[in-house]
Design a binder for this molecule. Sequence first.
Ligand SMILES: O=C[C@H](O)COP(=O)(O)O
Length: 228
Amino acid sequence: MEILLDTANIEAIEKYAAALPLAGVTTNPSILKKEGNIEFFSHMRKIREIIGTNRSLHVQVVAQDKAGMVKDAKTLLEQLDQEIYIKVPANEVGLEAIKELKSEGLNVTATAIYSKFQAYLAIAAGADYIAPYFNRMENIGIKAPEAIAAMANEIQQSASKTKIVAASFKNVDQVTTALEEGAQAVTVAPDIIKQALAMPSIAQAVEDFAVDWESIFGKNSTIASLKI
Ligand SMILES: O=C[C@H](O)COP(=O)(O)O
């Protein structure tokens, strides 16, 4: 399982790169908008500096024609680094761009996936990752768990190296469902991770252990502070 952060927020990336077994960071223009008036390339370089090159950084093209998408991709590689995963929407022109980028051996993430058909085409085009939009699919009546299971099945049947990085989550149940249905990776906004780990029952269990320990060994004692 790979867990990625779906954010461009520097503090959140610093925090969760330290706290989690983080596999990478994904961004798109809507995610960037939340950070206000940023300088694009230096902001992306800062993210790379925090996560290093062992974690993947996925950055989306914005041109809407194939030549422009390829040009955006090349600019990202020149200005950032060669390890960047180029996010390309899996529409008609995007699929053409994906084929070209893959023929040059570049890392590609096919994004904005709402249907099995888009996913199958992106897998056949050789995308490294495909990003089905879980919550957005559910919002338009597409059963995301079933679609992800079908995508995972297609990857297996075609012995493809493509991985599913499920995206667009609104709660942690959607995240675990995506993984259970066969997604190899999930990209999750920081607030969902925070919510999931801030369950009152977890805090209560930790508090109960502390009280029981203190009742035996005294206040503020830890294992390391015991006399040996
Ligand atoms: O990169 C894609 C995002 O995960 C989409 O998420 P959203 O539905 O919250 O905008």
